[in-house]
Structures are given as C-alpha cells and as structure tokens.
Design a protein around this ligand. Structure first.
Ligand code: SF4
Length: 108
C-alpha cells in the first residue's frame, strides 16, 4: 500500500497536543500507534516544552515516524487517511493549504 503523506513535503500539517507533543497531524495525535512505536523515551523528544520545532524535526524520534509512515508497514491511521486511494477524499482543499499535486519527496 502506497502512502502519500499529507504532512511532509511542500505542504505541512502539524498538531501540537495540550501536553506539548508535536505530531505530524491530528490523526497521529489521537492514535496510540506513535507512542507505542517510539516508546516513552523517544516520544519525549517530540515535546515543544523541551525542544524547538527544528530540533524535533531533526530528532531521531521524528525520523523514525517519517520512516514508518512511508514504509510498507505504515501506521494504521496513515493507511486509513493517506493511502494513495484515500488521498483525494481527505485532502482536496482550497486556499493556502491546498495540495499541489502531491509532489512529495521524503528525506530521512
Ligand atoms: S495520517 Fe500519517 S501520512 Fe497522513 S498526515 Fe497523518 S501522519 Fe502524515
């Protein structure tokens, strides 16, 4: 299953939980998969109370998230939301966040 991540590339989606945890989107924030995947120590690397956004985006934890979301063994919510055959349903938007044809490259 090919994943077309709406959260990386030219257009970004972010979500910051009330506890300060920075995640790639709201679906990632409401699902335990990321925390379960990373474990508590790495999950703590995503907290804006401890690290800048740049530090979080460069962290080992965030790189693992991107690696998994784009893999054949992606998170369950990515498969539901950003699978190639689902993208048009969820991410056809107008305005400043409109996708641009999904020219996305992933650098890990
Ligand atoms: S569902 Fe997954 S691939 Fe889609 S925006 Fe969220 S984290 Fe990114």
């Amino acid at each position: 299953m090919k994943i077309i991540p709406a959260c990386i590339g030219n257009k970004t989606a972010i979500f910051i939980k009330p506890d300060g945890t920075y995640l790639p989107c709201c679906w990632a924030s409401t699902n335990p998969d990321v925390r379960n995947h990373l474990g508590e120590e790495l999950y703590a690397q995503l907290n804006i109370h401890k690290y800048s956004i740049d530090e979080i985006l460069q962290s080992h934890a965030y790189k693992l998230i991107v690696e998994k979301m784009t893999s054949n063994n992606s998170y369950s919510f990515c498969k539901k939301v950003c699978a190639e055959d689902k993208v048009d349903e969820h991410f056809v938007m107008d305005g400043p966040y409109a996708n641009d044809g999904l020219n996305i490259s992933v650098q890990i």
